[in-house]
Design a protein around this ligand. Sequence first.
Ligand code: CP
Ligand code: NVA
Length: 319
Amino acid sequence: MRALAKGAAPLGERRGVASPPGPPRHFLDIDRYETAELRRILDLGFAYKNGRRDRPLEGKTLAMIFEKPSTRTRVSFEVAMRQLGGDAIILNTADSQLGRGETVADTARVLSRYVDAIMIRTNHAEKLDDLARHATVPVINGLTDSSHPCQIMADVMTLQEKKGSLGDTVVAWSGDGNNVAVSWIHAAVRFGFALRLACPEALQPPPGIIEWARREGGRVSLTGEPDEAVAGADCVVTDTWVSMGIEANVSRHNLLAPYRVDERLMAKAKPDAIFMHCLPAKRGEEVTAAVIDGPQSVVWDEAENRLHVQKGILAWCLG
Ligand code: CP
Ligand code: NVA
């Protein structure tokens, strides 16, 4: 809440007011930040996980706008705010004026007068950018159709925890080249691990992103063959075949069936490889129960790390 009203303070006090605040520190997408900044967020996340107990967000409020459903993102952000001393408010589009056509820009201007940060989960990446452009408080990307950076910060934290050094790690993605895959690509480039994606030709990540990754010096490859991507990998990851807002149909199912992560595919990875999934999962579709509920799966630690890393993100944005 930056409106600590320049106009409201008595003149004498106002003379003491320093220069106007700088631009808010948004968390929009992993590719937009330097590695050092992303590392600071991870370090904060690890510190909170390891017992740091300060409450830097005392008196601060986060508004969370949801255009799509959520369990993990909603609860982990709300708990993170409370544990850091602050509070959170949920706005579902359907029961706010956004659902009746009030613009994102106007919503951003108004919410900035009440709260200290805004998280949004939206159908369209343009709305996230619009919100960030017009808000005077930090805006956090809680998932768009194009990316899911908070999730992948938690995934990188999990990878580091389980595998130690990220630079020597090979991650294999098998499935839809969706929003989660995009944030994995961003993370591979910024954190320096190798990423091999296997996707059906019709469901590859957006055009240009693999070229971007290579231009940035990233070790990112794309194939149509899951066995090739997974061979010798340290981590195998997948996601739902039907992201929110996408129509489930037989042709999509048939395209993705060869990319299912089952015990046969997992056996192509290193013997100590881990399996990750952002959840929610559909057993029998993108992953079999034997894999997601098996000994190589780290999905519950991964889900827990949402809470820790989001404390890092909140503290970084508002610190
Ligand atoms: N992984 C994830 O973002 O889960 P939710 O949709 O439950 O928030
Ligand atoms: N790709 C999925 C991720 C859910 C957390 C979706 O967008 O629905």
